[in-house]
Every structure is written in structure tokens, then in C-alpha cells.
Design a protein around this ligand. Structure first.
Ligand SMILES: Nc1ncnc2c1ncn2[C@@H]1O[C@H](COP(=O)(O)OP(=O)(O)OP(=O)(O)O)[C@@H](O)[C@H]1O
Ligand SMILES: [Mg+2]
Length: 258
């Protein structure tokens, strides 16, 4: 179907400056529904700045953003969330002292009326709905009444992702999702990325762990000093080539069509 090939997100010639420093310099990229795009680059390359422009944390100095084919102005994180763009940062923004389902419904709590009169939290509903989304994503958390602070890093990551998915994220942006995790948990988060992709959610993943990105991404975009220096289908490249792009070594572009 023609419509299926339309990018979910397209950014065109995005520029973001901090004073005299050009953190992102005329970067364009697309993300298709269900596609996993790895955003790569050395420290300071502009990865986080670019995704903060997409998620409404920063306003771009130049450039355009299109979402589902329409030009959009994303002036705050709420604008992004309303469009279906959810971003998971390393700090995750979970409430440590609340349980799992309360975090999934944080700020969007479900109320019910007691005696048709008094609004109270509908714990049953929130718990059942949370269980549904966790099951759908294959996430195992024994009790949804457990406080976030009792969970492991990977479980927290999963709760944060579940929250985005429950609220209908179409594009999930993850900045270094596996950095603080153990090996087993890293694998679980990567599996979750694959599950989401299979369910049609588009994902932009930033990671310094090339191995992780190669496992899950369909396409790789490489930034260096704020500029996009390369874009490859994952199955048409290899870590050596990507590292060369990241650090700027001279590279003979053999085997790639023009
Ligand atoms: N709020 C800010 N104010 C001033 N300069 C900034 C700000 N945020 C980022 N920068 C600068 O912009 C450039 C890009 O930074 P950015 O955080 O986007 O890089 P990154 O690719 O995410 O790096 P890392 O892999 O280390 O997270 C860097 O030179 C950085 O110092
Ligand atoms: Mg960063």
C-alpha cells in the first residue's frame, strides 16, 4: 500500500545552535512506521540535541518537522506526546515511591465515583490495564503493587516503555536505554524493542553499544560534529564502517550504490 511507505517522522535540515556552537547542522532523516533507526555518533556529535528537538525539549533554529505527512511545530514535550512521540531518557522520570501501575497512569490517573458521587482512584482498572500492556509486551513483573524503587534497572526501563506504549506512542525515542543495565537485562530491553517494532511502533535508539544497535536497528544514521555523515541499512554495513564514519577516518566506499 502506498500509504504504508509514508514516513511517520521526517525532519528536514534541522539546525540547533547553542551560542556560537552548532550542535546540529542541517540534519535530515526519516523514520517509517515499525522501523528501528539507530542514531550513532561519538560524544558530542549532536544525537541527544537532535532528539530533544524532535521531542519538544528544544526549538530548532532552522528546519522543518513532518509527522504522518503533515508539517508540525513541536514547541513543548506535551506537543510531542500529543502527536504520539514518547521519549525515554536515562533518568526515566518514574516516581520511585509509587507502584508499577500508578507509574503507568502517572499524571493520567483513572478515577471512579464512589456511591455515584465521590471521585476515588480506580486501582482495579489501572492494575488490569497495566497488566494488559505488560503482557502484550511480554514483560514479567511479579507484582504491580511493587514500588518502582524495588525493581531492577531493566524492569524500570520496561515500566517506562510500557507507559509510553499504553498511551499510544507511535514513535518511541530511547537515549542510551541499555547503558546502565546488566547483560541479561540489556537483552530483554532489546527484545522489547523488537516486539514493539513488530507491533508497528517506530523507534529511534541512541546507543554507544554498537553491538546492541546492530541487533535491533533496520537503519543507521551517523552524526559527526552535528552533521549527518552517513546513513546505511544495517544489513549493508558493518561495525567497522560505522566506526569510521563516527570518527571520520578516510573510507573507500566500495560496494555501495550511488
Ligand atoms: N544545553 C546545552 N548548552 C550548550 N551546549 C550544549 C547543550 N547541550 C549540548 N551542547 C553541546 O552540543 C553538542 C552536542 O551535544 P549532544 O549532547 O547532542 O551530543 P551527543 O551526541 O548526545 O553526545 P553523548 O554521546 O556524549 O551523549 C556538544 O558539543 C555539547 O557540548
Ligand atoms: Mg547524548
Amino acid at each position: 500500500m502506498e500509504g504504508e511507505r509514508r514516513p511517520l517522522l521526517e525532519v528536514r535540515n534541522i539546525v540547533k545552535r547553542f551560542g556560537g556552537l552548532v550542535a546540529v547542522n542541517r540534519v535530515s532523516m526519516e523514520v517509517y512506521p515499525g522501523e528501528v533507526v539507530g542514531l550513532l555518533g561519538d560524544n558530542g556529535a549532536g544525537k541527544s540535541t537532535l532528539i530533544k528537538v524532535i521531542s519538544g525539549v528544544y526549538r530548532p533554529d532552522e528546519g522543518q518537522i513532518f509527522f504522518e505527512g503533515r508539517e508540525v511545530r513541536i514547541t513543548s514535550p506535551m506537543d510531542a506526546i500529543r502527536l504520539g512521540i514518547e521519549t525515554i531518557y536515562q533518568d526515566l522520570a518514574l516516581a520511585e515511591n509509587l507502584n508499577v501501575y500508578s507509574n503507568i497512569f502517572l499524571g493520567r490517573e483513572k478515577l471512579k465515583k464512589l456511591f455515584n458521587l465521590i471521585p476515588v482512584l480506580d486501582h482495579e482498572y489501572m492494575m488490569q490495564e497495566s497488566r494488559k500492556v505488560l503482557d502484550r509486551l511480554g514483560i514479567e513483573i511479579p507484582s504491580l503493587r511493587n514500588k518502582i524503587k524495588t525493581l531492577s534497572g531493566g524492569q524500570r526501563q520496561s515500566v517506562a516503555i510500557s507507559r509510553s506504549i499504553y498511551w499510544n506512542a507511535k514513535l518511541l525515542i530511547m537515549d542510551e536505554p541499555t547503558a546502565a543495565l546488566g547483560v541479561t537485562e540489556q537483552r530483554k530491553v532489546l527484545n522489547l524493542v523488537k516486539t514493539l517494532s513488530a507491533q508497528g511502533v517506530a523507534i529511534i535508539i541512541i546507543s554507544h553499544q554498537l553491538y546492541d544497535v546492530f541487533q535491533v536497528a533496520h537503519r543507521l544514521v551517523v552524526l559527526r560534529r552535528g552533521e549527518k555523515v552517513g546513513e546505511r541499512l544495517t544489513h549493508e554495513t558493518n561495525p567497522d564502517e560505522i566506526v569510521s564514519l563516527m570518527v571520520g577516518a578516510e573510507l573507500v566506499e566500495g560496494g555501495r550504490r550511488g
